[in-house]
Design a protein around this ligand. Structure first.
Ligand SMILES: N[C@@H]1[C@@H](O)[C@H](O)[C@@H](COP(=O)(O)O)O[C@@H]1O
Length: 341
């Protein structure tokens, strides 16, 4: 598990939105090969959705060929209830981007047969080839999705009774009245999340600090279900400073040093190795490749095959081709890099 620490919730949201954007662009989704994105609700991802929406409106990212699966949904409140996760997702994200409604999957908490609803959800994930990136939040009791303390770490999508702590925490969305909070939910299981190719978790604020400490510094434990991500090869937590308050200083320092060394060595450690292979990392503020403006991320191999542009290097420009290795020249403006195949 990796830990990325950022100053505040805004920088966390920017990091996570950049990361998701990079992933989707690297993947290059198409109708026949869509990108599959798992999504959470809660207050933590709201800013991420805002930044992703801004990126979409700026033409940086398209969700046309992105299939989404949401983590969970309450049982027994109408789909159009303001606090249903259906309402949440359309309000904060889906209505603002070009995701196709038929590509959106949110569990139906009012299905006649809830067990079959859950089984169909698992089948739908399987049918599209699994989830490429699952975005998650963390509950104050360390839960992921609605996998409450004590959940099986081998669990799959199912009906779950909510823990009192969760009902209490979520009552802030229901006029602070615990009696209005649904007592049950449908949720993906821990194993459903572990099956994703990559998991990115957002942890914000001091109220998540204890949970984060348990999930990162202690062992895998079914009482803090997010800790199961320690078993995942490509999982990353992106936290603000407040969420790290209960971690040991040396833990935070270690994870910060990983990121620093990776940056100095000129590659983005956050990219899983299999996705890093054949990519070249560009860390200037903006790049142009083949006349297209790209965000400061990893370019596809066929776009800048021979180049590794080191982090913190001066911003360079000049013609670059796959077969030759011309000397890049310094951009006197110091703000752009031109890459031409
Ligand atoms: N089921 C959701 C979780 O998926 C979410 O991670 C958690 C944290 O919410 P928040 O981000 O509002 O703290 O809330 C709910 O319990």
């Amino acid at each position: 598990m990796r830990l990325i620490v950022r100053e505040d919730s805004t920088s966390v949201a920017e990091y996570v939105a950049d990361y998701i954007t990079t992933r989707i662009k690297e993947f290059g989704p198409s109708l026949s090969r869509p990108f599959v994105l798992g999504l959470p609700t809660g207050s933590s991802p709201i800013e991420v959705y805002r930044v992703l929406t801004a990126k979409y409106k700026a033409g940086e990212i398209s969700f046309e060929h992105v299939i989404t699966f949401n983590m969970d949904e309450y049982v027994g409140i109408p789909r159009d209830h303001p606090q249903s996760y259906h309402s949440f997702m359309w309000h904060y994200f889906f209505s603002h981007v070009n995701v196709r409604p038929e590509n959106v999957h949110i569990l139906n908490g009012n299905a006649e047969d809830l067990e079959s609803e859950c089984a169909q959800f698992e089948a739908a994930i399987k049918e599209v080839g699994g989830i490429d990136l699952f975005l998650a939040g963390i509950g104050e009791d360390g839960h992921i999705a609605f996998n409450e303390p004590g959940s099986s770490l081998a669990s799959r999508t199912r009906v779950k009774t909510l823990a009192y702590d969760t009902i209490l925490a979520n009552s802030r969305f229901f006029d602070n009245d615990v009696n209005q909070v649904p007592k049950m939910a449908l949720t993906v299981g821990v194993q459903t999340i572990l099956d994703a190719r990559e998991v990115v978790t957002i942890a914000l604020g001091a109220r998540k600090a204890v949970a984060l400490q348990k999930c990162i510094e202690l062992g895998v434990n079914h009482m803090w279900t997010l800790s199961a991500l320690q078993l995942h090869r490509h999982s990353m937590v992106v936290a603000d400073e407040d969420a790290t308050l209960e971690l040991q200083v040396k833990t935070v320092k270690y994870f910060k040093s990983i990121e620093k060394v990776a940056r100095e060595e000129g590659f983005d450690q956050a990219l899983p190795r299999h996705l890093r292979q054949g990519t070249r990392v560009v860390t200037c503020s903006e790049t142009k490749a083949n006349g297209r403006t790209m965000s400061p991320v990893a370019l596809k191999p066929n776009e800048v095959q021979p180049y590794l542009l080191r982090a913190n290097s001066p911003v360079l420009s000049g013609p670059i081709s796959r077969s030759t290795t011309p000397e890049p020249t310094l951009d006197s403006m110091g703000s752009r890099i031109e890459i031409r195949a």
